[in-house]
Design a protein around this ligand. Structure first.
Ligand SMILES: C[S@@+](CC[C@H](N)C(=O)[O-])C[C@H]1O[C@@H](n2cnc3c(N)ncnc32)[C@H](O)[C@@H]1O
Length: 288
């Protein structure tokens, strides 16, 4: 293991990363797979819902969700933001940064189902830069689309995607088959796009009313949390009105949101964290 001067982290071998993973809480019996020099560990969180921990040579293990409950956290941070947007009649267009296990997408779709939102009004874009997660999720939405990765890898991902969709459906009292059916229809109709890496060059053609910003921490993905990126992103992706939600709270993010015309709402973080971020921007987009 050695320190890499360009990172605030240690560079380790994959075997050392695996040992770090195994030493973390929730690791008992959790399967780990290795693909393209990355490690994926399938863990359970305290409310019984699943999550994934990832690591690579450059990156220490980081779980996608709080150990206190992946489902509970996602409902609190992202579900509540979406609910408030629906109560204020924002359009059902959602941008999700960090598909991961897709909790936030299924939560949004379950809320739309419960509200009877017409399918043709719903629009969703999800960003995921991890090739394996993306390709497995595309298979989950359309099994004819892509050849499976190796059998064991695919089985783990297909299982977790199924479990996440089901726990969301059960907790929001929709039929899992209806929820999955809606997701597959939106995908087939190109009203749910699964996009790749979000960065400074990303184009947006849709003004989003709901932005879920859930792409790991500023340590793991510094390029998504700096001032330049946030200012550019907030200028281009959100429409008006819009709600922005993320589990984190940083001074840079708050400043960028205010610069982009958002009003911040005081909100506790999940699982004992001091703060999370929810912000609203009102008004209407002027089209000429
Ligand atoms: C915290 S997890 C997301 C959890 C997810 N929202 C859910 O509901 O399960 C973060 C995800 O963001 C992805 N990610 C990180 N940087 C990204 C980027 N620049 N563009 C797109 N996705 C990114 C990671 O691969 C990871 O799957």
């Amino acid at each position: 293991m050695h320190r890499d001067k360009n990172r605030n982290d240690f560079v380790a071998t994959l075997a050392e990363r695996q040992a770090e993973m195994i030493a973390l809480p929730n690791s008992d019996g959790a399967a780990i797979i290795t693909m393209h020099n990355k490690l994926y560990q399938f863990i359970d969180t305290a409310d019984g819902s699943p999550s994934v921990r990832m690591a690579s040579i450059e990156q220490r293990p980081e779980a996608m969700h709080h150990s206190g409950g992946a489902l509970t956290e996602s409902l609190y941070i992202y579900g509540e933001a979406l609910k408030s947007a629906l109560e204020e009649n924002f359009t059902p267009s959602v941008l999700s940064v960090g598909l991961g296990c897709a909790y936030n997408e299924w939560i949004a779709l379950a809320y739309f189902l419960n509200r009877g939102t017409p399918t043709h009004e719903i629009y969703l874009e999800s960003f995921e830069n991890d090739e394996l997660i993306r390709s497995e999720f595309l298979r989950f939405l359309d099994s004819k689309l892509k050849a499976p990765n190796n059998f064991e890898t695919s089985a783990h991902f297909q299982q977790i995607f199924e479990n996440v969709m089901t726990v969301v459906a059960n907790s929001l009292q929709v039929e899992p088959t209806h929820l999955l059916g809606l997701g597959r229809k939106l995908f087939a109709d190109k009203r749910w796009l699964i996009r790749e890496t979000l960065d400074l060059k990303t184009d947006f053609t849709h003004p989003f009313s709901v932005v879920f910003f859930d792409a790991f921490s500023s340590k793991a993905t510094p390029g998504l949390w700096n001032e330049e990126f946030l200012n550019q992103f907030l200028l281009r992706a959100p429409g008006k009105p819009c709600v922005f939600a993320t589990y984190a709270s940083t001074a840079t993010l708050k400043k960028a949101l205010k610069t982009a015309g958002f009003e911040l709402k005081d909100q506790l973080g999940f699982g004992g964290k001091r703060e999370s971020t929810r912000a609203y921007r009102y008004g209407t987009v002027v089209t000429i």
